[in-house]
Write a protein that binds this ligand. Sequence first.
Ligand code: DAH
Length: 353
Amino acid sequence: MAVVDELLLLKTKALNDIAQAGDSAALEQVRIGVLGKSGTLTGYLRSMGQVPQEQRAQVGKTTNEVRVAVEAALEARKAELAAVELAAQIDASALDITLPGRAQQMGTRHLISRITDEIAEIFLGIGYSVAQGPEVETDYYNFEALNSPPDHPSRGLADTFYVRDLSGEAAAVTGESDVLLRTQTSGVQVRVMEQQKPPIYIIAPGKVYRRDVADPSHLPQFTQIEGLVVDKGITFGDLKGTLDYFCKQMFGQDRKTRVRAHYFPFTEPSAEVDVSCGICKGEGCRFCKGTGWLEIMGCGMVDPNVFGYVGIDAEEYSGFAFGMGVERIACLKYNVPDLRMLLEGDMRFLRQF
Ligand code: DAH
């Protein structure tokens, strides 16, 4: 076959291969096969010297025409494939803006935190400030300086979580410890009076721990808010007025309060405060066990013995203290029948507040 015919055949085959190439990679293979270092057309260009003189012009011209045609076809097909590939890429990464969005679940504050803040706000509004003490407390602050004698039942190993240093000799020898998980926030009273001169108007929120099995009205760990006022001329009337104001702010202006004589080691006299039942308005119902009243806190006038521990002159100053359970207040406010519901983490329940 004449060289020129071979070239024309090569051209037909090359153009056909180019048209058949399905993607850029296949097209590149075709280009290398024809125009690459050892490509078919390159071979003809290289061996031009061996073509007889009289055919050279014709072969040279044809070779060149084939090269131009192949190059043009390659360019055109390359652009075509690039467009197809880009379109496919865009399709694959397409964002379907008609899909509904995924709702973000917003967290909320837990009811106990919210009620704690609500109570704090009421007292901050009448000039109190917030004090804090450690949850791991010593026997001295939790009991002794609060006028609780060593034989007081709440100090029993069975009623309190004692913290022991297991590596320490002392704890192992005596079997007892002076360090415990506080059973009440009342110890903060002592810490504040040690550090601060009267006038003192503080509340102290925080966690407390009891060796109680959880039931509808007991939790082994709960939140208390302690209150302490020490100033000149503070009377039981101030205590009643303050707590009545607090209850009305917290539960509503229509709620009544009453104080009942009670006993606490660190106050004298001591009392428990009841608020009228919000469900039956004091008539008596199941929620208030037929009494019309709900107990919400303990309180009393600071015992002079407690002042003695912290070096405050009981002749010059007097004061009152109170302590309430936040979980209990939350349940009373929202008529929740079981304290444990607050701790279960059931979002269907918690989201209501
Ligand atoms: N700490 C007491 C308790 O846990 C509550 C209490 C009663 C606190 C009387 C007081 C108070 O400050 O004066 O049961």
